[in-house]
Design a protein around this ligand. Structure first.
Ligand code: AHR
Length: 637
């Protein structure tokens, strides 16, 4: 790839027919300071088995331990489940262990050299417990510790650290084994936390957090997505049940076919924002579930509206408010900044038409108490879901539109916002991704799990359109963000970042996003592309090259983005109309065969390379490699 890029740079063709004129003499529009963010929810084991630092599967034993994650370890060991014998109403299950018990984690437990793993067990019985991190076949022990003085007949919490030595090789194929001495024992819950980002106690996996931090997102949309709604009311994201010590969080069945521990609770989402220096974009449950059940506007909905107001208070309130004080008690006295609240998720699917009434009730209550907050509606836009219902009784500040479409369609959408009504609400593209599969939610364990270079090109083409129109499109975030690549961990086929228990990688689309997010000015610059080849599919045509230019008005730096969707290297003459002189220019690019994907084994088959361009003046020639996404950073005077 490096050779290909250098070759294309050297190939700068004097006979270029395509001209790109960047007109610095004309005003552009202000680029939204919140344009690029991230969207997250519990799907594809994004948290449990992903970002959340817990390494044990089924830690609360609520899924049948004999079936999921737990097993007797060694000859003669048995485990018996007592569904009512646990330590509390919140953790009602007890596992009676004779011999030893093992937990396999989420498709393995990762171990690394010179690393500390914090084990907590809520247990009773036996005299002591030997805890070890072992290879799956038990032949190698990576770390070992004893939990002593366990003879209490009542449930107690015990903690111990397991330390690996410097000499071990990193592996994901480990398991935790608990071996009692002096009798049988009972377990009601267990937790094993590895190192976390910023050493947060109930924190996140460092490598995944680093990939996210590196994107420099402006906001995080959470907690969903369908995960916000739940299949039925009691399976919604009930934020109040996600606070406090982990043993007091009941967890809940989530819509993507597995249980969530709610270890990634409301406070952890907010701390995740803090770690990324991103603003929270809070979606509140709006009385509608995925089974199409809803609570219409009126008295019955009041409880959910109150819940949303309490939630906003938890996020933003001073410590002299009820929920601000709770946040302080939970460990975070400082309020979090909040600008936007989204009411529900994809309520265009609510065929009853109840959303308008529900939205109005939430909107009025939020605006009354928090007039400065921007309220986002999930219908009324021009995506396929939003068009079904318009909100007429209030004007949402922002409308959330979602696009999961083919690569071709996403490239076609690159010009969609050029023609949008500027008098209506602003647009938030709250979920979007170019797909190379017809339906990413079908058969996801055999497809994907991450986008290829073709998707990255279409993503980038779409981003040029959002960026050019960012007076209107004020926020955008790709979805889904995370996927555990083990086939059993996947519910969606096209996801930005992949990982197993040990390693992680960004897809080509990740790098396209990162390049766009790190290189954006505060104003657009009118840019005209002339003479560029087109691409065809059947009897349809689209531009072959997509462009967007922004400028940082303080420094004068130009960010010129050029997406070449064509199978040929494309020479382009660039004219910087109105620039006096150019101090320097740097090109960052990804390119490669459209089918190329990154994987755990080859995480950087597609990854950006940066070169300094020589001979760049107010006009210059540059060849953009076939199938490439490019950003030229030009320092001008
Ligand atoms: O991103 C996956 C799902 O797609 C989201 O949960 C939902 O909002 C959308 O339909």
């Amino acid at each position: 790839m490096i050779l290909s890029l250098l070759a294309s740079a050297i190939l700068s063709a004097p006979q270029a027919q395509t001209t790109l004129t960047v007109d610095l003499t004309k005003p552009g529009v202000a680029v939204s300071p919140n344009l690029y963010g991230l969207m997250t929810e519990e799907i594809n084991h994004s948290y449990d088995g992903g970002l959340y630092g817990e390494l044990l599967g089924n830690r609360s034993l609520k899924d049948d331990p004999a079936v999921l994650n737990w097993e007797g370890a060694g000859a003669g060991s048995t485990i018996v489940v007592d569904r009512r014998g646990g330590m509390s109403d919140v953790m009602p299950v007890a596992l009676k262990v004779h011999g030893a018990v093992a937990n396999q984690g989420f498709w393995g437990i990762p171990v690394r050299p010179s690393t500390t793993y914090h084990l907590t067990v809520w247990a009773k019985g036996a005299h002591s417990l030997e805890a070890s991190l072992e290879s799956v076949d038990g032949s190698t022990t990576y770390a070992h510790a004893s939990v002593l003085d366990m003879s209490s007949p009542v449930w107690l919490k015990y903690t111990v650290d397991l330390n690996t030595s410097a000499g071990i090789m990193p592996t994901k194929d480990a398991r935790l084994v608990l071996r009692p001495t002096g009798g049988d024992f009972q377990l009601s819950m267990a937790s094993l936390m590895g190192p976390t980002y910023n050493n947060r106690p109930n924190g996140s996996r460092p490598d995944l957090m680093q990939l996210l931090v590196d994107m420099k997102p402006q906001f995080l949309r959470f907690p969903g997505g369908n995960y916000l709604e739940g299949n039925i009311f009691r399976e919604r994201f009930n934020w109040k049940a996600t606070l406090g010590p982990i043993e007091s969080r009941p967890g809940h069945l989530a819509p993507w076919s597995y249980r969530s521990y709610d270890g990634m609770g409301l406070l952890e989402f907010l701390e995740w924002c803090e770690d990324m220096k991103a603003k929270p974009l809070l979606a509140v449950f709006a009385g509608y579930t995925l089974s199409r059940d809803y609570v219409g506007s009126g008295t019955e909905l009041e409880g959910f509206v109150k819940d949303a107001l309490d939630e906003i208070e938890y996020v933003t309130g001073n410590t002299n408010t009820k929920w601000g004080a709770q946040r302080a008690k939970d460990g975070h006295p400082k309020p979090f900044p909040l600008e936007c609240v989204e009411v529900g998720n994809e309520d265009g699917f609510d065929g009853s038409g109840s959303y308008e009434g529900r939205f109005v009730q939430f909107y009025d209550a939020i605006k009354k108490k928090y007039p400065h907050l921007q309220v986002i509606s999930t219908t009324g836009g021009k995506d396929s879901i939003g068009q079904r219902f318009k909100i007429t009784k209030r004007r949402p500040d922002i409308i959330d539109e979602h696009y999961y479409d083919s690569t071709w369609q996403m490239m076609a959408f690159a010009s969609k916002y050029d023609r949008y009504d500027r008098k209506g609400p602003k647009i938030f593209v709250g979920e979007w991704a170019a797909q190379d599969v017809p339906a990413p939610w079908i058969d996801a364990q055999h497809k994907g799990p991450t986008p290829n270079m073709n998707c990255a090109i279409a993503d980038a083409a779409f981003m040029t359109g959002m960026e050019r129109n960012s007076d209107l499109v004020v926020m955008a975030c790709y979805a889904p963000l995370l996927v555990n690549v083990n086939p059993g961990g996947r519910q969606w086929a096209v996801n930005l970042i992949g990982y197993d228990a040990l390693d992680s990688f960004g897809s080509p689309s990740y790098y396209a996003q990162k390049m766009f997010m790190a290189n954006v000015g505060d104003h657009t610059v009118p840019t005209v592309l002339a003479g560029a080849p087109i691409q065809t599919q059947g009897n349809q045509t689209l531009p072959g090259i997509f462009v967007s230019t922004t400028r940082d008005t303080k420094s004068g730096t130009l960010y010129l983005k050029v997406v070449n969707a064509l199978p040929t290297d494309e020479p382009v003459s660039v004219v910087l109309n109105g620039a006096k002189s150019v101090k320097g220019a740097v090109l960052t690019s990804i390119n490669g065969d459209p089918k190329l994907m990154n994987t755990l084994a080859e995480p950087k088959r597609v990854a950006p390379i940066t070169i300094t361009l020589g001979d760049v003046g107010t006009t210059f020639k540059q060849t953009f490699a076939a199938h490439s996404v490019n950003v030229i950073k030009v320092v001008i005077q």
